[in-house]
Ligand binder design. Structure first.
Ligand code: C5P
Length: 408
């Protein structure tokens, strides 16, 4: 994101009531630094966490707190306020604010502004993990995203991690730089969604190859990186089909998830999801499956353990990359390596026939972790090493690169 890109852009920031509200102050600082004009609305709950004085000082403008304030309304009425902005950002977006917006409530300045605006809205949710995962909250977010044809609600985060309440999981508000990146992306494209109209297929997680009805071969892939990529692409407007092996993750919002078990099911599901513009194959597909799966549970026998004959699974990435009518314009594979990352990733690029490889050094702490250190290898634009960052940040960065690729 270039600093100049927000010069003169107008952002209305609604600060809800949550411990993450202090991060909204940093968002204001970054927006101003990038040249944007910022007006802020502070909810009554928000004012329990940050003061109107801090917001006024950082935005350089009076803070709006009430719907019925004659002085405020004569300076800029709430309807005018909702139209003044190029983009409305809600950070932190609490469960309460999301519920109001999803259901058309207008009982304070924040909710009224959200209902009255004709601009895009970006939510940065922040709440306890159980609250975020509650079907009511998920349904409300889904509902807001579904209003897309109207003026479109985008969501950044929440991130996963330790929470102020001591619990762990998704619910932490996205970090200010990530919110800035989402703001820049929304203000960038013609309709603010650089991948709108694009279709993407993402594979994620492990595969499970049965031995008999109760046992199988699988691996340690958590699916976190692939799920984050599916979410990041959807956030930029792509229509995403996520073909997922068995993982313990909830489906990203606004993404079609197709659950599969085996490599062959995954391949069939990928083929059914084509044509697509973008394919990101991040699944850890088992290289082999058991030849002749037993129809009943294998029993311990005096003759010793059974021997398993393995046969090779189809290579989904290689088959998607093969030249042909339905080959996606951009095919991205993953290379998990414990040594010689560059040589192995480059070799994979030509062997598989894909366009980019996201290489990660898995000698580090990667499996199931929230962080990832990757290098992006491309066929014609060189390499790019990214510092260790969260899988969500890796996903957003990759999605931004994909959007740039299609813009060019
Ligand atoms: O060959 P290797 O497993 O190292 O390559 C990794 C890349 O290939 C990943 O993008 C993975 O999703 C993809 N792959 C695949 N089908 C296979 C094996 C790997 O799509 N059978």
């Amino acid at each position: 994101m270039t600093t100049a890109s927000l010069s003169g852009r107008k952002v209305l920031l609604i600060v809800g009531g949550g411990i993450a509200a202090y991060k909204a102050l940093e968002v204001v600082r970054l927006l101003r630094k990038a040249g944007a004009e910022v007006m802020s609305v502070l909810t009554a709950a928000g004012a329990e966490f940050v003061t109107p004085m801090s917001l006024a000082a950082l935005t350089g403008r009076p803070v709006r707190q009430d719907l019925f304030m004659p002085e405020d309304e004569t300076a800029m009425g709430h309807i005018e306020l909702s139209r003044w902005a190029d983009l409305v950002v809600v950070a932190p977006a609490t469960a309460g604010l999301i519920a109001k917006a999803a259901n058309g409530f207008a009982d304070d300045l924040a909710s009224t502004t959200l209902l009255a605006t004709d601009k895009r809205v970006l939510l940065a949710p922040a709440m306890n993990v159980r609250m975020w995962l509650h079907p009511a909250v998920q349904a409300n977010v889904e509902r807001l995203k579904g209003f897309d044809g109207f003026h479109g609600v985008a969501v950044v985060g929440p991130d996963e991690g330790e929470m102020a309440c001591g619990e762990f999981g998704p619910g932490r508000m996205a970090e200010p730089p990530a919110i800035m990146e989402a703001i820049a992306a929304l203000l960038a494209g013609p309709d603010g969604r650089p991948l709108a109209g694009r279709r993407a297929v993402v594979t994620a997680g492990p595969t499970f190859e049965p031995i008999d009805p109760v046992r199988g071969l699988t691996n340690r892939s958590s699916g976190k990186q692939g799920y984050a990529i599916a979410q990041a692409l959807a956030d930029l407007g792509a229509r995403v089909t996520l073909i997922s092996g068995p993982v313990a993750l909830s489906a990203p919002i606004g993404v079609d998830r197709v659950p599969v078990e085996t490599a062959r099911e995954m391949k069939a599901a990928v083929e059914a999801a084509l044509p697509a513009d973008i394919a990101v194959m991040s699944a850890a597909v088992a290289d082999w499956r058991v030849d002749g799966v037993a129809s009943g549970k294998l029993k311990k026998a005096p003759g010793g353990p059974p021997s398993l004959a393995l046969i090779e699974n189809p290579d989904i990435l290689a088959s998607v990359s093969a030249p042909g009518k339905s080959r996606p314009k951009l095919v991205i594979g993953f290379a998990a390596e414990t040594s010689d990352l560059e040589a192995n990733a480059r070799a994979k690029l030509s062997r598989k026939g894909c366009d980019w490889i996201v290489g990660n050094d898995v000698s580090d702490d990667v499996f199931g972790a929230d962080g990832n250190t990757v290098t992006l290898f491309t066929r014609d634009a060189g390499d790019e090493s990214w510092p260790r960052q969260s899988k969500t940040e890796v996903a957003r960065k990759l999605a931004a690169r994909i959007a740039d690729h299609f813009k060019a």
